[in-house]
Design a protein around this ligand. Structure first.
Ligand code: 3PG
Length: 401
């Protein structure tokens, strides 16, 4: 059980952790469903006359997506139709001055929490409560609202530290995502259960295959994850699949596990049989696996693979999607993702779509959320919820009662 924002007395000073971690293209932050969903929590808080400071992260240090939250504040302002003031500081003097001036009905967004020393790495909640970030900000507020469900699998200071030292409540996103994703985990199906497993994070994909092997009959692989498994297949069949930096880095880290998982679950893992790339004229080219090379990044599964996955979906009683099959933001490489999502929408099956960014395909390609049982805005946290692993950011908000 946790207390929700309905349990907070009106007109308080609140520190609210949201998750608007988004795709960044050419240095520009892309809007996602996350902004709209958190706007609902903020609206509800404004209706109760609270003064609000928002905390959020973006990207990871060292990555291109690790940027300031200035644009996030503008996007949130649009969604809320209410000014969200950006403060280019998280827990220094400028942040404290801005917080000091907060009045009922004001909304501030503090700078990217991952720019603070204490936010990362993952440590237990009591250790995180000792960080400067928590020690500096906690005394400035009456309560903390945890709304970052999609980052609740991270034991970072802004997620788990504050609830240790102050009153803590679950926001609307936390409440609704938690309830829906937990209910999903408890369902059982008689027919075939298919999982579309793509996206960019091997660390999300590997535990899914290992821990859901009882619940899922077949895994259709794509995205960077699919290419990593193809690479793991290298030894046996001589494919040579390469890709961007993200790919090589993950390959070095996860090679052994990928090879072990592929070996153990080979009969249930469906690998792409063709891939798409950008040809010399800047158009979508396709090749069978014989034609792949390390020099050329692959940006989508090929048409044959997409059609095959769509067929597998059509014969399933339940379909879970985690991550996209290609770089769907670029229309040339959206085919795999869109074809499979459309097949799910048409099929008469129980369907859940998750993945930090995958839900964005709905707006871009006119897919209707109503054709799916549920669309989650969470990626890694959605995976943990499905595999039954507790989310530390949810656990810290819970109390016995
Ligand atoms: C997400 O986008 O899944 C969350 O914001 C967590 O981001 P992270 O994987 O960089 O910790």
């Amino acid at each position: 059980t946790f207390r929700t924002i309905d349990n907070i007395a009106p007109d308080r000073r609140l520190l609210v952790r949201i998750d608007v971690n988004a795709a960044v293209e050419d240095g520009t932050v892309q809007d996602s469903r996350r902004f709209a969903r958190h706007a609902e929590t903020i609206q509800a808080l404004l209706a109760d006359d609270h003064a609000i400071a928002l905390l959020a992260h973006q990207g990871r240090p060292g990555r291109d997506t690790f940027v300031s939250l200035e644009e996030h504040a503008e996007i949130l302002t649009d969604h809320l139709d209410h000014r969200v003031e950006f403060v280019p500081d998280t827990d220094g003097n400028d942040a404290l001055a801005a917080i000091d001036g907060l009045e009922s009905g004001d909304v501030l967004l503090l700078e990217n929490t991952r720019m603070c020393d204490g936010e990362l790495p993952e440590e237990d909640p009591d250790t995180k409560a000792e960080t400067d970030l928590v020690q500096t900000l906690a005394p400035e507020f009456d309560a903390y609202v945890g709304d970052a469900y999609s980052a609740a699998h991270r034991s970072h200071a802004s997620i788990v530290g504050f609830p240790r030292v102050m009153d803590a409540y679950a926001g609307r996103v936390m409440e609704t995502e938690y309830e829906a994703n937990t209910a999903l985990r408890d369902r059982e199906f008689d027919g075939t259960v298919t999982m579309i497993l793509g996206g960019t994070k091997a660390e999300d994909a590997i535990p899914i295959v290992e821990q859901l092997d009882d619940a899922v009959d077949r895994f259709c692989l794509g995205g960077v994850v699919g290419e990593l498994f193809l690479r793991a297949d290298d030894r046996d069949v001589g494919y040579d699949v390469g890709g961007p930096e993200l790919f090589d880095h993950q390959w070095d880290e996860h090679q052994e596990t990928l090879e072990r998982v592929l070996e153990a679950y080979r009969d249930r893992l469906y690998l792409p049989t063709d891939l798409a790339f950008e040809d010399d004229r800047g158009e979508r080219g396709e090749t069978t696996l014989e034609g792949v090379s390390k020099e050329r990044p692959f940006l989508d599964v090929g048409s044959k693979t997409a059609a095959r996955y769509a067929d597998l979906v059509a014969g399933s009683e339940a379909v879970f999607v985690k991550g996209a099959l290609g770089v769907f933001e670029d229309e040339r490489f959206a085919r795999g993702t869109v074809e499979v999502l459309s097949a799910i929408a048409e099929a008469d099956c129980f369907s859940v779509v998750g993945g930090g960014d995958t839900a964005r395909a709905f707006a871009l390609y006119d897919l209707d959320e109503a054709d799916f049982t549920r669309v989650s805005i969470a990626g890694g946290a959605y995976v943990r919820a499905l595999t039954g692993e507790p989310l530390v950011g949810v656990t810290v908000l819970e109390y016995d009662g």
